[in-house]
Write a protein that binds this ligand. Structure first.
Ligand code: ZN
Length: 358
């Protein structure tokens, strides 16, 4: 009995040693001399490739949790005070409405993942028929390690609106439009902020989209855009009432934009995500912030639920528009979290490939 136990123990020790040796060889770690090297080696062995991290460390519930908070379903803490984000109407968010403080909420959230010098609060002036307002975008930078001047953008608008009912200043939940896209940006930050990439990733939260794309137009006026190599804009990705997984990829007619769209389509296939991508070229919409980039000849795509394509021009027979669009009923109750999370994963994995892990 005793001899068997000894043999067993010896085998266990031998297996552990062989495993560590294999890790040492596969991670190119030179001769191990002191205990610190062993610690480093274990850290190497648990550091997942970034795509595996995205696949393993995000869930539909984590994605939905951001939407619950951004749309006033769940309370949030801002500067230690509990509140609800019941409206994200741009006219309310920057006028001190107490339940419209999405901007300070987002700033606090992103500072969990990056240093203050990596964020820019980007103010701009919007003038309507009556007066001028100062609104803000939020820009977060993950600097590239090899070619930091080259930028890949992941964008979404975080403002919302309601029309023909209610009062947007006090209630505009916008769970699908566009807390669903904003949640992709927050998941991307959570998953990618400690990773290294060749190019700079800029994660941009636009305000004023619902008022004729004010935020993205202002961003392009205030920033050098010559080195933007690609933009993925995410707007409304949470509604799929027929569970067909149809996702619209609006590529437009520019070949470089179409390359990004094809990469997203391939990513969905290669990672076996449960989505049916529908490519839109001539019939792509310009009704979101990607259109501001197209106007400057910057390669960009829009990713959305099956909202726009009424003709059913590709794999999806017809569209499946959210009936609560721009209504007070656009709440988490109507969000399909499995579907939206699959799109979130596809988008983040595509950003990873565009920025190139370093
Ligand atoms: Zn929208």
């Amino acid at each position: 009995m005793k001899i068997k136990r000894k043999q067993f123990l010896l085998r266990v020790i031998l297996s552990i040693w062989l495993f560590l040796l294999a890790v040492q060889v596969s991670c190119n770690i030179p001769t191990i001399r002191n205990p610190r090297d062993w610690v480093q080696m274990v850290q190497y062995s648990i550091h997942l490739p970034v795509d595996q991290k995205v696949l393993q460390q995000s869930s539909p519930q984590q994605w939905l949790d951001w939407i619950e908070k951004l749309s006033g379903e769940k309370p949030v803490m801002i500067e230690g005070q509990e509140t609800f984000l019941r409206s994200r109407y741009s006219y309310a968010m920057f006028l001190d409405y107490p339940e419209a403080q999405a901007m300070p909420y987002l700033v606090e959230q992103v500072l969990q993942y990056v240093k203050p010098e990596q964020i820019e609060i980007d103010p701009y002036t919007y003038t309507d028929a009556e007066k001028s307002y100062t609104w803000q975008n939020l820009i977060v930078r993950l600097p590239g390690k090899l070619v930091p001047e080259e930028k890949i953008l992941l964008t979404a608008h975080f403002d919302s609106i309601v029309v023909r009912e209610g009062n947007a200043l006090v209630l505009a939940p916008g769970a699908d439009d566009n807390a669903s896209g904003t949640a992709v940006l927050l998941e991307a930050l959570r998953l990618l902020s400690d990773e290294s990439f060749e190019k700079t990733i800029e994660i941009v939260f636009f305000s004023g989209e619902e008022i004729n794309l004010q935020g993205s137009r202002a961003y392009l006026q205030d920033h050098d855009f010559q080195n933007i190599k690609g933009v993925i804009n995410v707007d409304m990705i949470g509604y799929d009432s027929d569970n067909d997984g149809c996702v619209e990829i609006h590529a437009g007619t520019d070949p470089e934009s179409q390359q990004i769209a094809l990469l997203l389509q391939t990513t969905i296939t290669n990672y076996q995500l449960q989505l049916q991508p529908e490519m839109l070229y001539e019939n792509a919409t310009n009704r979101s912030d990607h259109a501001s980039f197209w106007a400057q000849q910057i390669p960009a795509i829009l990713v959305s639920e099956n909202f726009f394509d009424q003709q059913g021009s590709g794999v999806c027979p017809t569209n499946d528009p959210n009936p609560y669009y721009h209504q007070t009923g656009d709440t988490v109750a109507n969000i399909n979290s499995h579907y939206g999370h699959q799109i979130s994963q596809a988008v983040i994995l595509t950003i990873v490939q565009l920025a190139v892990p370093y």
